[in-house]
Design a protein around this ligand. Structure first.
Ligand SMILES: Nc1ncnc2c1ncn2[C@@H]1O[C@H](COP(=O)(O)OP(=O)(O)OP(=O)(O)O)[C@@H](O)[C@H]1O
Ligand SMILES: [Mg+2]
Length: 638
C-alpha cells in the first residue's frame, strides 16, 4: 500500500517533469548535498588522512552513543532498586560507561588536533600544486581569484578563525552532540513512535530557523573581501620589516594602528550583522521547542501517573527526551562553516587556476640549441582583456646578436620579456624562435633555454650557491658566474653562506650586491647552456663604475647567446648591437647607436638628455651651448 503510494507519487512527478522524477529527485538531493561545502570538507578530510579520519569518525559515533547507554544503565539501576535485586550489574555498567566517556574525550581531542594538522598540510599541498603547476602566470594575478587565494593561503594562521588543529575539536564535539541527539531519539521510540519525531522536528527546526546566524553568508561579497584585504594589509604594514623605514620616518605608527583598528572593526561589524541571532527567529525557535517538549513530557508524565510506565522506564525516557536537545542549533554550525570555507575556496581555485594559468597547447617540439633567432610578428597583448600593452609589435633579433629595448615607463618592455619567457601567450600575432612558433615549443624545455634577470628578481633566503644556481650547477661554474657578475667577494666568497640575516651565520646584501647575484644567476644559466639571455634593468642599482664594467663583462660572457637588454641607462644601452625604441606597444625606432643618433629622433633626444644630466652631476652646471647667433640653446625636456 505504502509502496504503491510512493510509486504513484513518483509517477506524478515523472509526468510533471516529463522525465524520471524519482531518479531526478534523488539525483538532485545528492547534487545539492555534494555541492555543500560541509560535504566537500568531509571528503577532503578522508583524502587528507584516511586512517585518522576513520578513527575520528569512530570516536564521534562512540562518544555519541555512550550517553544513551548511560541512560539505559540508570534505568536498569532504578529497576534493580525497585525490585530489590543485585546492583552489581547496573553499577558496573554505569561505571564502565562513565569511565569510557571520560577516556574517549581526551583521546578524541588528540585525534582531532592531529587530523586538523594533517588536513591543513593536505590543503597547503593542494594549493601549492594548483598554483605552481600551471605553466602560465595569469592565475596568480587575476583579481577575481585573489580572495580565494588569500583564504586558501592564510586559513590556518588564526586570522579568520581558529586553526584546523583546534577547530577540528569543535567540529568533533558538535557532531558528537548530533549523534547524542539521534541516539536519544532512538531510545524514545521505546516510549512511543511519535515522541522522537516531535522532538526531532522541534530541535531540528532550530537549524533551519537560525540558519542565517550559523553561516557567514556574506563572506564572499565584494564588501567583505575589500574589508578583509584592508585589514590584512594594515596588519602587514605594521608588523613587516619592509614598510618599517617609512613608518618610522614619517611618524606613521599611530596612523597604521588606527587604520588596523578601523578596518578590523569594520570586518567584525560585517560579520556580526551577517551572523547575529535574529529576534524573530529566536522567538519562533523558543515557541516550537517549548510546544514540542511540553507535549512529550506531558505524555510521559501522563503514562507514568496512569501506571503504564515503571519508574525505571520514566527515568530512561525523561533522560532520552532531554538528550534529544543535543540536536539544537549551536557550535557545530559555526565551527563547521569556519573549517569548511577554506576547502570550498581551494576547490573554487583548483577549478579556476587551470584555465587562468593555461597556455596554448602546442606541438611540444624540442627546444632549439645554441643562440636562437627571435622574431616578433605583429604581436599584440593585453592583461585581462584591458588596454592593449603591445599592439602590432614587429621585431627580429638575429641569433647571437644583442638588442637593447628602451622606452618610457609602462611602454611594455617587461611585458615583452614575460611573453618571451612564455609566462603569457600573445593575444594576437606570433613569436618565433628559429622559425618555430613559441607556442609549438614545450614551455619547460624552452624555459631551460632562456634565462633572465627580471626587474623584480627574487632574493632567495638561502645559500649563495642556491641563489646563483637554484637548479644546481658545479661549484666552479657558480664561481665563474659570480666572477663575471663582479660578485666573487660577496658573502666572503663562501657558497654556503645564507643570504639572510635571519639564519645563523647569515648575511644580508645591499641592493646593488643583490643585483650582481641576480646577474650571476643568469650568467650561470648561460654557462649551463641557455641560448637566450634577457636582462630587464640589470644595472639599475649598480654604481656607475660597476655598471659599465659589469655590462661589458656580461656581454663578453654572453657572446654565444642572443641577448635582449631592457634598460633606461643609455651608457649600457649603447653597447648593444642594435637598439629598439618602444612606444605605445610598438617599435618606433630601430638601429645601432650611431644610426639612431644620426636619425635625430626620440633615441637621440633621450640619450642627450641623460648625457647632459650626467655632465651636470659630474662637474656642476654644463657649459652652456650657443647657436650661430650667440643665443643659448635650451634643450627640449622629454
Ligand atoms: N600583471 C599585470 N596586470 C595588469 N597590467 C599590467 C601587469 N603588468 C604590467 N601591467 C601594465 O602593462 C603596462 C606595461 O607594463 P610593463 O611592466 O611592461 O612596462 P615597462 O615598459 O616595463 O615599464 P618600466 O620602464 O616602468 O619597467 C603598464 O601600463 C602596466 O600597468
Ligand atoms: Mg619594466
Amino acid at each position: 500500500m505504502f509502496r504503491s503510494r510512493i510509486l504513484s507519487l513518483s509517477g506524478t512527478i515523472r509526468d510533471q517533469n516529463g522525465r524520471n522524477g524519482e531518479g531526478t529527485m534523488v539525483g538532485r538531493v545528492l547534487t545539492t548535498l555534494r555541492a555543500r561545502q560541509e560535504w566537500r570538507f568531509f571528503r577532503a578530510l578522508r583524502r587528507a588522512a584516511p586512517a585518522w579520519a576513520v578513527a575520528w569518525w569512530a570516536l564521534v559515533v562512540l562518544r555519541g552513543v555512550v550517553p544513551a547507554g548511560v541512560s539505559v544503565a540508570f534505568g536498569w539501576l532504578v529497576d534493580a532498586v525497585d525490585r530489590g535485586g543485585s546492583l552489581a550489574g547496573p553499577l558496573t555498567l554505569t561505571g564502565v560507561l562513565f569511565t569510557v566517556s571520560m577516556v574517549l574525550h581526551p583521546m578524541h581531542q588528540l585525534v582531532s588536533a592531529n587530523l586538523g594538522s594533517r588536513m591543513a598540510d593536505h590543503l597547503y599541498d593542494r594549493l601549492m600544486d594548483a598554483t605552481v603547476e600551471q605553466p602560465g602566470l595569469g592565475h596568480l594575478e587575476r583579481p577575481e581569484l585573489a580572495a580565494d587565494l588569500a583564504m586558501a593561503r592564510d586559513f590556518d594562521l588564526g586570522m579568520m578563525g581558529p586553526p584546523l588543529s583546534i577547530s577540528m575539536d569543535f567540529v568533533a564535539n558538535g557532531l558528537v552532540q548530533l549523534v547524542i541527539g539521534f541516539a536519544a531519539g532512538l531510545l524514545l521510540f521505546g516510549f512511543t513512535w511519535w515522541a522522537p519525531f516531535a522532538l526531532l522536528l522541534a530541535w531540528g527546526s532550530t537549524h533551519w530557523l537560525l540558519r542565517e546566524s550559523g553561516v557567514w553568508k556574506d563572506r564572499n561579497t565584494d564588501e567583505v573581501r575589500t574589508a578583509q584585504r584592508h585589514a590584512d594589509y594594515s596588519y602587514r604594514l605594521a608588523v613587516d620589516a619592509g614598510p618599517g623605514k617609512e613608518l618610522r620616518l614619517f611618524g606613521l605608527a599611530g596612523w597604521v594602528i588606527d587604520r588596523f583598528v578601523a578596518t578590523r572593526t569594520r570586518l567584525y561589524d560585517l560579520q556580526f550583522h551577517a551572523t547575529r541571532l535574529r529576534e524573530r527567529s529566536v522567538a519562533t525557535c523558543l515557541a516550537v521547542v517549548v510546544v514540542g517538549n511540553v507535549v512529550v513530557f506531558w505524555a510521559i508524565a501522563r503514562a507514568a501517573t496512569d501506571g503504564d510506565l515503571s519508574t525505571a522506564r520514566v527515568v530512561v525516557f525523561v533522560q532520552a527526551a532531554i538528550g534529544v536537545s543535543a540536536l539544537a542549533f549551536g557550535g557545530l554550525n559555526w565551527a563547521l562553516d569556519g573549517a569548511a570555507a577554506p576547502v570550498a575556496a581551494l576547490e573554487r581555485l583548483e577549478a579556476a587556476v587551470a584555465p587562468a594559468g593555461a597556455l596554448c597547447p602546442g606541438g611540444g617540439s624540442d627546444r632549439p640549441s645554441g643562440a636562437a633567432e627571435l622574431r616578433f610578428h605583429d604581436v599584440s597583448f593585453a592583461y585581462d582583456e584591458g588596454r592593449a600593452v603591445l599592439d602590432g609589435f614587429d621585431l627580429t633579433v638575429p641569433a647571437g646578436s644583442s638588442i637593447a629595448i628602451v622606452g618610457v615607463n609602462g611602454a611594455g618592455k617587461t611585458t615583452l620579456a614575460k611573453l618571451l619567457c612564455r609566462l603569457y601567450d600573445p593575444t594576437g600575432g606570433r613569436i618565433e624562435i628559429d622559425g618555430v612558433a613559441l607556442t609549438d615549443l614545450d614551455p619547460q624545455a624552452w624555459r631551460r633555454h632562456v634565462t633572465a634577470v627580471f626587474q623584480d628578481f627574487v632574493r632567495f633566503e638561502m645559500s649563495l650557491r642556491v641563489n646563483v644556481a637554484p637548479a644546481g650547477a658545479p661549484d666552479e661554474v657558480i664561481r665563474a658566474a659570480l666572477a663575471d657578475a663582479g660578485a666573487s667577494d660577496l658573502a666572503g666568497g663562501d657558497l654556503d653562506t645564507v643570504l639572510s640575516k635571519g639564519y645563523p651565520g647569515g648575511t644580508d646584501l645591499s641592493g646593488g650586491q643583490w643585483q650582481r647575484i641576480a646577474l650571476a644567476r643568469a650568467l650561470c644559466a648561460v654557462r649551463m647552456g641557455a641560448g637566450v639571455l634577457l636582462l630587464d634593468e640589470p644595472t639599475a642599482q649598480l654604481d656607475v663604475r660597476g655598471e659599465a664594467e659589469i655590462f661589458e663583462r656580461v656581454l663578453a660572457a654572453a657572446r654565444s647567446t642572443t641577448t635582449v637588454l631592457i634598460s633606461h641607462r643609455f651608457s649600457t644601452v649603447r653597447l648593444a648591437d642594435r637598439i629598439c625604441v618602444m612606444d605605445a606597444g610598438r617599435v618606433v625606432e630601430l638601429g645601432s647607436h650611431d644610426e639612431l643618433m644620426e636619425l635625430g629622433g626620440r633615441y637621440r633626444a633621450l640619450f642627450e638628455l641623460q648625457a647632459s644630466r650626467f655632465s651636470l652631476d659630474a662637474g656642476g652646471p654644463a657649459e652652456p651651448e650657443y647657436d650661430e647667433d650667440g643665443r643659448e640653446v635650451i634643450r627640449e625636456r622629454l
